[in-house]
Structure formats: structure tokens, C-alpha cells
Design a protein around this ligand. Structure first.
Ligand SMILES: [Zn+2]
Length: 72
């Protein structure tokens, strides 16, 4: 938690899941690895505009089922 979060009443910013990226996330990617996750398990990554394609293709290349939706 940053100092700003500790002091203010602002909701915690949702940041991109890409390593090293601190940008605000505008997309969410719900995905599952069929080899280790059961049918009803979902992992969620958050992505900024710049990295949503990177993260989606990373998962698609592994044949993981995924669903991309825009964050409200
Ligand atoms: Zn990003």
C-alpha cells in the first residue's frame, strides 16, 4: 500500500499484471490452465491498453481458454 492510499480514501488503483508495468489496468483477462485448474477455476490478470494483446497472446499461445473484458 502506498502512502497516498494510506492517507486518502481513494480506491486502490488496479494496475496492469505485466511484470514491471505500473499502468492503470483497463482490461481484465479471465483464464484457466486446463492442465492444473479444474473446470470452474479462473485466474484473473489485469492489463493496460498497451499490454492486453501481449497477455492475451501469451495465454492463447498455450491454448488456455480465456475471456477478455473491459474494466468498468
Ligand atoms: Zn501494462
Amino acid at each position: 500500500m502506498s502512502l497516498l492510499d494510506a492517507l486518502g480514501g481513494e480506491p486502490e488503483a488496479q494496475t496492469c499484471s505485466r511484470a514491471g508495468c505500473r499502468a492503470r489496468a483497463t482490461w481484465r483477462i479471465d483464464w484457466r490452465n486446463p492442465r492444473i485448474h479444474s473446470e470452474d477455476r479462473r485466474k484473473t490478470w489485469l492489463a493496460c491498453d498497451e499490454h492486453v494483446d501481449f497477455l492475451r497472446e501469451f495465454l492463447a499461445a498455450r491454448d488456455f481458454p480465456l475471456e477478455t473484458s473491459q474494466l468498468a
